[in-house]
Design a protein around this ligand. Structure first.
Ligand SMILES: *Cc1c(COP(=O)(O)O)cnc(C)c1O
Length: 461
């Protein structure tokens, strides 16, 4: 084999872990629309958010102008145990596809939570502890966020209460035990422990739950218990800020080898890994310095960007959270129980929604059997067992690479490999047994969710 100038792993050194996060809002000419108080329909003020969120995180949430935010030394210290994460060259996948494209991926699965979520969990737990709080509450879907927050809470000495979407709780009992190992309490949602949970169960007995519903429960518990705040693993501006470490590291590693991606691809649930991966590249694009094709990939069964409405909507089913202007399927939207691949949130980060609306990025949706085919191909060539969520990005990267095979173009593709799939074996099993099917919601199905989007002057969609 000929000598390669680019290695498999484009490592950075420990001292090259970024010292600051990058806030892409600072470079956006049109800022994401502010969160609204659902009662008054006025932009939320910091003091209104204070009963729900930690003070420093509220500051980060509302700050559209500061481009760089120092990463506290205590957080960097833990980052050093699992970062920098490698950028990998997918030589073996390229060969199997027979493509002239060069494929790179940033791998975030090298920690026990198995995903990028630990990047923000550490930051959020740190600020909660610094404020002198007793604990945090949250929701989790597939379980990666709950695990990440459990780890971060154990590290900083906080109590951690997790509401886990019931369908995942039942499918992934071992996820629950991982969280309990780190000291968290885990409750299947909807539960009888909260007012909103009891209400939802009464209206929809036997429901398998949704992220929106688990959020409502976690928020209720945080606001009703002294010394507790609610933390969220995606969607919010602060989470995208923390996740910018993914993109900053990726860019630093690529720059070392004089590599410039043509296409940057990430899966999109609430938008945090994608927002983080693209942050510094998007900054260059917004400032007119460089151009990149940026593609968000979502499941065809939960198509917020590609079929959703750009409107103010609730982030939770219980309609107690602030209104966010985003691409949404409606807070009452619950993906088909058939859907196995995560990324099931009905809405999307307001930052990414605005960027998509303004034409700075594209979006595509993929069906789950095609996603698992890509996952399998990736596992067999690159060796890593990918999370189903991440495999949406693999699918799109493979499709772009196959287009290059047809045209002969040697494009450079970078995608986010957000995590590993060890706890997703029920989904893989369904796929292997030929029991997985592609359910795509009809326009009529989606209309039910859209009907729940609040209507008020200025919120036409
Ligand atoms: C949570 C998660 C996602 C999706 O969340 P985003 O906020 O859209 O990044 C993707 N991949 C993995 C492995 C996850 O755990």
């Amino acid at each position: 084999m000929s000598e390669r100038t680019i290695p498999y792993k484009l490592y950075l050194e420990e001292n090259e872990i970024p010292k600051q996060w990058y806030n892409v809002r600072a470079d956006m000419k049109i800022k994401p629309a502010p969160l609204l108080n659902p009662g008054t329909l006025q932009p939320l003020k910091a003091e209104e958010l204070a009963p729900i969120f930690c003070d420093e995180l509220i500051k980060q949430e509302l700050d559209d102008d500061t481009a760089y935010v120092d990463i506290p030394e205590e957080i960097r210290e833990y980052y050093k145990t699992f970062r920098p994460s490698p950028v990998m060259r997918a030589y073996n996948l390229e060969k199997a596809l027979g493509t002239p494209a060069k494929i790179y991926y940033k791998f975030e699965g090298n920690n026990t939570s198995g995903s990028h979520k630990l990047n923000s969990a550490l930051a959020q737990a740190y600020y909660a502890k610094k404020q002198g709080l007793k604990g945090v509450t949250t929701e989790t879907g597939a379980g990666q966020w709950g695990t990440a927050l459990s780890m971060a809470s154990a590290y900083f000495g906080l109590d951690c209460k997790v509401f886990m979407v019931k369908v995942s709780y039942e499918q992934k009992p071992f996820r629950r035990e991982v969280m309990r190992t780190y000291g968290a309490s885990v409750t299947p949602s909807p539960s009888m422990e909260t007012e909103v949970g009891r209400k939802i169960l009464e209206a929809h007995p036997g429901t398998t739950g949704s992220l929106g519903c688990a959020i409502s429960e976690a928020v209720e518990v945080a606001t009703k218990n002294d010394g507790y705040r609610y933390v969220l693993g995606s969607v919010l501006n602060q989470v995208l800020l923390h996740q910018s470490i993914i993109g900053l590291e990726a860019k630093a590693a690529l720059d070392k080898y004089n590599i410039t991606p043509d296409i940057i691809i990430g899966c999109a649930g609430g938008g945090s890994n994608l927002g983080g991966l693209i942050a510094p590249f998007m900054g260059e694009k917004l400032r007119g310095e460089k151009d990149y094709r940026i593609i968000a990939v979502e499941p065809a069964s939960c198509p917020s960007f590609t079929r959703g409405k750009f409107a103010y909507d609730f982030c939770d089913t219980g309609m107690i959270c602030p209104l966010a202007k985003m691409y949404t399927l409606g807070s009452g939207f619950i993906p088909s129980p058939n859907h196995a691949g995560g990324l099931r949130f009905h809405g999307m980060s307001t930052i990414l929604s605005q960027l998509y609306h303004d034409g700075y990025m594209e979006a595509t949706s993929v069906e789950q059997t095609a996603v698992f085919e890509a996952a399998e191909k990736f596992a067999r060539t690159e060796g890593i067992l990918p999370a189903p969520e991440s495999s949406h990005a693999i699918r799109a990267a493979m499709d772009e690479a196959l287009k290059c095979k047809e045209t002969g173009e040697e494009k450079t593709i970078l995608f986010g490999l957000t995590g590993t799939g060890y706890f997703d074996m029920v989904a893989y099993e369904k796929f292997h047994n030929g029991e997985m099917n592609d359910y795509i919601p009809t326009d009529e199905d989606l209309a039910v969710g859209f009907a729940g989007i609040p209507r008020f002057e200025g919120n036409e969609f």
